[in-house]
Design a protein around this ligand. Structure first.
Ligand code: ZN
Length: 318
């Protein structure tokens, strides 16, 4: 069975054609979060068709779509988009798929898909109890307990685990979700430039001369000894470590997976988080394994492949 996976991100959409748990073709197109959802989907369709044509495929057996926000996977609609793709909420995706690929399809949160991907084909095939922390524009989370993906009554359990609160009090940092003190508001790709620019060290920092203040550039500046970069990287690692301790309290995992763009930092990310969790988390049974995704760029599309095949085979339990 060949499925098409569409991973919609805040700045780009990743596509993949997959067969038997392997990516056979990849594609990428820019996404426009301020533009109409339909326009983004149509761009994704064109890219998907181009990829199919290159492989000489006329039809796909199923389509999996991941969205960086809250979705209702039962009704296959986006519920909350946190400012991204404003007209995506309630959009008739079923109608769009009928008009385009006309095949079975699933819609899920991107973090949920990433965790399923790693547990089915990636770095966590040996466990039934795992949590995911995935770094994109924001920070997503997901949890599987005793082999079952945790969804919750309103499909928002675990997947918004980047919005666990790590600061209390009226001066806590405002988050784009409406709350204050969320981890994501303190340490994420969207929050990083805000923290950099309001720091008194900014003017004298190499960060002030960058076109883009992202974690890749931050790490490079920190490695070169830039004082502000070192400080902000340290603070981000502290925030992510605190969040992992919260996820451990909530979901009792034996494996923790780090995925998404920032996971490309590799051991510079994994080791400090593991050290913190092993030192401070209350886990009398032992220590959860902190692992890097086998391929941080592929976790989501691999999970979409598995979820789509489950849908085709009638195994989806929602
Ligand atoms: Zn929040």
């Amino acid at each position: 069975m060949i499925t098409l996976a569409l991973d919609i991100g805040g700045t780009r959409m990743k596509l993949a054609l997959l067969e038997n748990g392997k990516i056979v073709k990849e594609g990428i197109v820019e996404s426009y979060r301020d533009d109409k959802y339909q326009k983004n989907l149509d761009k994704a369709e064109a890219e998907g068709r181009r990829m199919m044509a290159e492989l000489g495929i006329e039809r796909i057996d199923g389509l999996g779509i991941a969205f960086p926000g809250l979705v209702n996977p039962k009704k296959k609609v986006v519920v909350s988009a946190n400012g991204k793709f404003v007209d995506a909420i309630g959009y008739d995706l079923t109608g769009w798929v009928k008009r385009t690929f006309d095949c079975p399809f699933i819609l899920d949160n991107d973090s949920n898909a990433a965790l399923i991907g790693e547990m089915t084909y990636g770095c966590a095939q040996d466990t039934k109890d795992a949590v995911m922390m995935i770094f994109g524009t924001g920070v997503g989370a997901a949890a599987v307990m005793d082999g079952r993906l945790i969804r919750g009554k309103h499909f928002q359990a675990a997947c918004i685990g980047g919005h666990m609160v790590i600061e209390a009090g009226p001066d806590a940092t405002p988050c784009n979700c409406g709350n204050i003190g969320c981890m994501e508001a303190n340490a994420s790709s969207w929050a990083l430039p805000l923290f950099a620019k309001k720091d008194p060290l900014f003017e004298s920092s190499a960060l002030s001369r960058l076109d883009v203040i992202d974690y890749k550039n931050l790490k490079a500046c920190a490695d070169a000894g830039d004082e502000l970069a070192v400080k902000l990287l340290r603070r981000s690692l502290d925030c992510w470590s605190a969040n992992l301790c919260n996820l451990i309290v909530a979901y009792d995992p034996e494996v923790i997976i780090l995925s998404g763009g920032i996971a490309r930092m590799g051991e510079a990310l994994r080791r400090p988080l593991e050290e913190h969790v092993h030192k401070y988390a209350w886990t009398p049974w032992g220590h959860p394994d902190v692992r890097l995704a086998a391929n941080p760029e592929a976790s989501v599309v691999l999970g979409l492949h598995k979820l789509t095949m489950d849908e085709i085979e009638g195994k989806t339990a929602l």
